[in-house]
Design a protein around this ligand. Sequence first.
Ligand code: AR6
Length: 187
Amino acid sequence: MDAAWKHRRHMDELILGTTRLELRRGDITAQEVDAIVNAANARLAGGGGVDGAIHRAGGPSIMRECRAIGGCRTGGAVVTGAGRLRAKHVIHAVAPRYAGRPGDAALLRSAYAASLERAEALGVRSIAFPSLGTGAYGYPIDQAAAIALDACIEHTVHGTCIALIRFVLFSDPDLRVYAATLQRLAP
Ligand code: AR6
């Protein structure tokens, strides 16, 4: 990767060719992007955290579509509409329940990669991710941030139609962890 292709604009922003990767504090449900990513479970059964917020704000059509799909493997991602949300699509990604197993990192990376592949197939130009796995599923956020950001950087290497990848962090401490990690990955 040459320096011109990948460069930082601010603490919270990295340019990757034609893609801008940015870190923001906020609520995933309020994002005006083509697709938002849900931190789902393998049964697509709904729950708390991001999942609860998306179903509450988006309305019942999202759960109807989830029931029809039936489930999603850990490390995978499936697509529904976005109901009343501003986004056009919800990409439901399933992170592993963290248990310190050697396979956890690959599954978390896979949840990001699968989401980005789904986004490409939909022709999405802008996508917003929460910090998958770092709430109820217990993934240590410093490790998860490195995996998340690296998976996104890697995805853009071979070209992408996605012009904006936004991470929406729910707290200032989480945002600081992601910003420090971005600084380490792309000094
Ligand atoms: N916007 C952005 N980030 C949020 C929001 C929000 N509205 N709400 C919480 N976060 P989690 P997981 C942050 O638990 O760890 C559910 O019950 C939160 O602070 O949503 O992948 C599902 O049904 C944390 O940093 O997802 C699954 O069963 C991050 O989002 C399970 O939890 C992820 O927390 C999935 O657990």
